[in-house]
Design a protein around this ligand. Sequence first.
Ligand code: MG
Ligand code: MG
Length: 289
Amino acid sequence: MPRKRAGAVHLKSKAEIEAIGRCGAIIGALFAEIAPRIVPGVTTAELDRFVDTFIRSHKGAVPAFKGLYGFPGSACISINEEVVHGIPSRRALHEGDIVSVDVGVKRRGWCADSAFTFPVGEIRDEARHILAVTRDALDMAVAAARPGNHVGDIGAAVVETVRDTGLAIIRDLVGHGVGREIHEEPQVSNIGEPGFGVPLREGMVLAIEPMLARGTERIATLEDRWTVISADRSLSAHFEHTVAVTASGPAVLTAGGIWDAAGPGPGTGEDPDRSGFPLDNAGATARYP
Ligand code: MG
Ligand code: MG
């Protein structure tokens, strides 16, 4: 979730998308494994160690965030008002928290990137609401990632999903292309207009990652120079998939058990067209529509 910038877009072959999908499947499986470990009392450093060990248990796979721009952890773990880039620490989770776990995997020269915001024990209705809407915004944004659309259609889907929910879209952080590097072009803003921006073409691989807050859309960075919070310290949530744009529609490369188990968010009440989604790729091989 880099800050805004510009450059060239690299298209990927089917074999390259499969290689990215193998990275993505590791993250999908990781989230299913880590979910029962996200409980009151566990520290974010303990979760980070689990992430690191799980990723490295897959031959050739390494945590892509470790050392990226100098980041010290293997996962970004962000609690409550923290939006992204939380540094794993001795801080323990509490009942009622929501915690975003954002993970990159690099294997054999290819990367995938995904984030999931988990509830810690029983959470309040307002927390449940922001999780559901953010999740729904991701689903709708993914559904817009098809040839013939533009990057603006992805942001427009987020805007449309979040409209009338009372939640704010964090606009100073964006999704991005993924491939040889975790962060490639194009930027994928969570604000957009249909038909505007970079045209989506077969072979693009994008990290789509809506970030919402209950209060202001503005963000601030803590003194650790990493952790990004909502400027008013309101609750925030973040969900992210790595998605390939294919001839027959979006192919989610970071799906797996937790995404299916958690179910779609209630949000708009509309069901995105899931016909092209290979949702079950937890078996470490990407599938295509
Ligand atoms: Mg990302
Ligand atoms: Mg990420």
